[in-house]
Ligand binder design. Structure first.
Ligand code: DP6
Length: 400
């Protein structure tokens, strides 16, 4: 809900994280953020992972300002500037078409304050939720509609997919101006209620190469990436959409794993090579394949982004046993914080035969914790005025 007091108008919204099952890697236009292939993701539920953003505007503000997770950041970053400029342009266009829908002047400066409900150390692509939330909040503040995923895309490519809930594709488009490079919902968040995601947070020693610079080097040096974008992804997009429509977990899971593996193969084919997976990531990959082999079906699937954390896709019925399998092969600290966060997971026991068939040496503390979640909705407006992150003076409240 929009709220105005002491000449400060505020709007607070939340937006979700998404995890790609067909990966985006490589741009054909760095400035507009136009990809070399289409991609597809699942939106994670905001009860477990979300960004909250308050945007405020007032004639008393001297300049645009932004605070991220409690720290003031540089508002002049080009990607932030692109999003602000595009939203103001859409707002101006709407006003010239329909007249002002509210009394906010477009010449007023904005203050932006954003926080995540998950640790940045979890290594999840927080930029996707962050830019989606920024663009959605500004659009609600200024009262603009239009193709908002095109605006979010200019903040961070993967952010365009966080503008919708459920299963979302980012169509690469063809136009040089990027107007057709946008996100579309493939199925809603209610389509496949049994689907579950487990984020396995791996303790990493170093910060990996960022995706923006990593994919740039890949485009410059990897022939495998070009082959992937031109000849592999188009077919996979169709297969993946069909598997989702049919709720065919075996087809969905297998393609998810193959696409993650090919993305990491293009990283290895990049020169100099980029390594995102570590020893624990590779052990998770082996464990998943051995687990599926034991049951002679694809019950669990892994995917990895630009870091060592695994995201596991599975069905609700398999969650308890698979979590117990992780607990067995990566024994957590017993006195530490809870190992499984998010949706609660029932206790389960493992057969001696399953342990024997998997046959791996346990690695204590290899996985720090698990976030258990499901498919969720797109960005939402927060109605409770007590939850604004900016106070009446337009500065961050103590809790933000
Ligand atoms: C591996 O969207 O973070 O997570 O567009 O440069 O901001 P920029 O990159 P970003 O890249 C995400 C890459 C990925 C795969 C994916 O989410 O599709």
């Amino acid at each position: 809900m929009q709220e105005t007091s002491q000449n400060v108008t505020k709007m607070t919204c939340t937006a979700p994280v998404n995890i790609a099952v067909i990966k985006y890697w490589g741009k054909r236009d760095e400035e507009l953020i136009l990809p070399i292939n289409s991609s597809l993701s699942v939106t994670l539920h905001q009860d477990q992972l979300k960004t909250t953003t308050t945007v405020a505007c007032s004639r008393n503000f001297q300049e645009d300002r932004i605070w991220l997770n409690g720290k003031e950041e540089d508002i002049n970053q080009p990607r932030l500037q692109s999003c602000l400029r595009e939203i103001r342009r859409l707002a101006r266009k709407r006003r010239s078409d329909e007249g002002p829908s509210n009394d906010i002047s477009l010449s007023h400066r904005v203050h932006i304050c954003s926080v995540n409900n998950f640790p940045t150390a979890a290594g999840l692509a927080s930029s996707a939720a962050g830019y989606a939330c920024l663009v959605y909040s500004l659009s609600r503040l200024f009262g603009v509609d239009g193709e908002l995923s095109v605006v979010a895309r200019q903040g961070s490519g993967s952010a365009c997919r966080s503008m919708y809930g459920g299963f979302v594709q980012w169509k690469m488009g063809e136009r040089p101006d990027g107007k057709d490079s946008l996100a579309e919902q493939v199925e809603t968040e209610n389509h496949w209620p049994e689907l579950r995601m487990l984020v396995l947070v791996v303790s990493a020693e170093r910060k990996p190469v960022g995706s923006t610079s990593g994919m740039q080097t890949s485009v410059e040096t990897s022939k495998l990436l070009k082959h992937r974008a031109d000849s592999v992804v188009p077919g996979r997009m169709e297969e993946m959409i069909s598997a989702i429509h049919r709720r065919d977990f075996a087809a969905f899971g297998e393609l998810t794993m193959k696409d993650s593996n090919q993305f990491h193969a293009t990283c290895l084919d990049t020169y100099p090579p980029i390594f995102y997976l570590n020893d624990i990531s590779r052990r998770v990959i082996s464990l998943v394949h051995r687990y599926n082999h034991y049951y002679q079906e694809t019950r669990v699937a892994y995917t990895f982004d630009a870091g060592p954390n695994a995201v596991i896709y599975t069905l609700q019925e398999h969650v308890p046993e698979f979590v117990q399998t992780i607990r067995h092969f990566f024994p957590p600290e017993t006195n530490g914080e809870e190992f499984v966060k998010g949706l609660s997971v029932d206790a389960s026991s493992l057969s001696e035969e399953l342990k024997r068939v998997i046959g791996m040496e346990p690695v204590p503390r290899g996985i720090s914790y698990i976030i258990s979640t499901k498919v969720g909705p797109g960005p939402c407006v927060v109605d409770d005025p007590n939850l604004h992150l900016l106070g009446p003076d337009g500065l961050p409240t103590k809790s933000s």
